[in-house]
Design a protein around this ligand. Structure first.
Ligand SMILES: NC(=O)C1=CN([C@@H]2O[C@H](COP(=O)(O)OP(=O)(O)OC[C@H]3O[C@@H](n4cnc5c(N)ncnc54)[C@H](O)[C@@H]3O)[C@@H](O)[C@H]2O)C=CC1
Ligand SMILES: O=C(O)[C@H]1O[C@H](OP(=O)(O)OP(=O)(O)OC[C@H]2O[C@@H](n3ccc(=O)[nH]c3=O)[C@H](O)[C@@H]2O)[C@H](O)[C@@H](O)[C@@H]1O
Length: 440
């Protein structure tokens, strides 16, 4: 099938590349010429395991191309995915300007039947706005009779596992109220759901809502566990045992129960805010989600609270090592990363910081360019030298089994603040390392 992906962020690029991998002919469009230049140079603008290989393979096979040419992109696909950003507005609501601009650019150019698919995470009712924007543009061209369908197909991929998530989806949600569009979507996704019928077709509004409800539920689990961790610590329980204990109940399950330094990323924080805002517009206060967000703000600063409890509120003259800056492993994404809050707070209290991340360092240097007292090291061990303590913020694999002797000898004193519960407290004790985990 002929497909166009609008936007080459995580979602647009992964969607385009994976659909090409299944034999479709895909054009990826972006308004950012720099991103298209990088893609046309055979690289990708993000760090995402396995994605570069899929992109290169399909470009070589002639099934995938990148362009800033809107005419070419709109006229190429029968199915056009809108995968542009929906960042939070000042009041927390989702900013739809990029989605609606993409819709208008389609309406300004389409010459035959198109299925326009909202893949961006958008509030309930956005499909109607997309349809209206396209109708408006067609009207201006005297083409009000031209047929098209708007479909909602929210994306559930996780950064760091995006290709795998797209290729082997747990489910594919299609909100469609147009028979022909539903048939096309079924055909497009058939190769991804061959052995299991994982495609769920529903009405447009329910599909749009499903995406927010899913992210809100996952964020809730994390904040719930972070709160349980606060209490566990006080009463002498270990949240890691509690996690295993409750996860064994299939009604609860093991996934997304890890207490840590708070959730970050481009989606949970913004989607929770957007849902709260949408509910407010309907006169409903979402008490649970409001608390989920508050708990997460507190959690992001928890590691610094622990540092303060150990070293005092004034950290002048103290130096700390930070391992991990990305909001999670296997990505260079630092949007809403807990590390940003932690670094800034340590510096504000007068400390100096040496930080290392396996891939997010260029992004960290960009975001923390003005941070005085912060240095970046080329290797993890270098960050340890002369530090009062190590703060582990992102659980990259390479931090899982470090050389503990080196940690002991490089730090001024062997103190580790383990923001992702990577190290066993009993082992740390046996090694003579003062270990401060989360909820244990
Ligand atoms: N990042 C993720 O893991 C996931 C993101 N989502 C949702 O997908 C959407 C996109 O997210 P990301 O890919 O992270 O966004 P992003 O912000 O990284 O990328 C969006 C891209 O769209 C381009 N763009 C903006 N307007 C355009 C236009 N009119 N025509 C062509 N290109 C245009 C931008 O230049 C940018 O490259 C958001 O709504 C997000 O909530 C959903 C699931 C996962
Ligand atoms: O809508 C989106 O953009 C995506 O948002 C999340 O994916 P992502 O943000 O890439 O990453 P997650 O793996 O969900 O992690 C989010 C944050 O939660 C934290 N987390 C995750 C799991 C856990 O048990 N504990 C925990 O603190 C991570 O450290 C990270 O900061 C969802 O998991 C995806 O299904 C969704 O498609």
């Amino acid at each position: 099938m002929k497909v166009t992906a609008i936007g080459t962020g995580y979602v647009g690029l992964v969607t385009g590349a994976c659909l090409a991998e299944m034999g479709n002919h895909v054009v990826c469009l972006d308004v950012n010429p720099e991103k298209i230049r990088i893609l046309n140079d055979g690289e990708i603008p993000i760090h995402e395991p396995g994605l570069l290989e899929v992109v290169r393979r399909n470009v070589a096979a002639g099934r995938l191309q990148f362009t800033t040419d809107v005419d070419l992109a709109v006229n190429h696909g029968t199915i056009l995915f809108i995968g542009v950003g929906t960042p939070p507005d000042e009041d927390g609501s989702a900013d739809l300007q990029y989605v609606l601009a993409a819709a208008r650019s389609i309406g300004q150019r389409m010459t035959d039947y198109k299925v326009i698919v909202d893949k961006s995470t958008v509030p309930v009712g956005t499909a109607d706005k997309v349809r209206a924007a396209i109708a408006d543009e067609l009207g201006k061209r005297g083409l009000s009779d031209m047929a098209y369908a708007v479909v909602s197909n929210p994306e559930f991929l996780k950064e760091g596992a995006a290709v795998e998530d797209f290729m082997k989806p747990d489910r594919i949600i299609v909100g469609s109220e147009d028979e022909q569009a539903t048939l096309l979507m079924r055909a497009l996704y058939a190769p991804f759901t061959r052995n299991h019928d994982r495609l769920i077709v529903m009405d447009l509004r329910s599909a749009e809502f499903t995406k927010y409800a899913a992210n809100a539920m996952l964020a809730t689990r994390i904040s719930f566990m972070n709160e349980m961790a606060l209490l566990a610590e006080k009463v002498g329980a270990d949240i890691e045992w509690v996690r295993r204990g409750i996860g064994s109940d299939p009604r609860i399950g093991y996934s997304f129960l890890y207490a840590g330094a708070g959730y970050g990323g481009s989606c949970f924080p913004k989607d929770v805010k957007a849902l709260i805002h949408a509910a407010q517009g309907e006169g409903i206060l979402l008490r649970v989600l409001t608390a989920v967000e508050e708990a997460n703000e507190r959690q992001k600063i928890l590691l610094v609270d622990k540092v303060v409890a150990r070293f005092g509120a004034d950290l002048k003259g103290h130096h700390f090592a930070i391992w991990g800056l990305a909001f999670k492993p296997n990505t260079d994404d630092m949007r809403e990363a807990p590390a940003l809050v932690i670094v800034k707070e340590l510096l504000a209290r007068g400390a100096t910081v040496a930080a290392y991340d396996p891939v997010a360092m260029p992004e960290a240097k960009r975001l923390l360019a003005d941070a005085k007292g912060l240095q970046f090291t080329e290797r993890a061990e270098q960050a340890l030298e002369g530090a009062d303590a190590l703060l582990l913020v992102t659980e990259w694999k390479e931090f899982k089994s470090p050389d503990f002797d080196q940690i002991k000898s490089s730090l001024k004193q062997p103190v580790v603040f383990d923001g992702r519960n990577q190290y066993e407290p009993t082992l740390m004790k046996a090694l003579g390392i003062e270990h401060h985990g989360i909820g244990r």
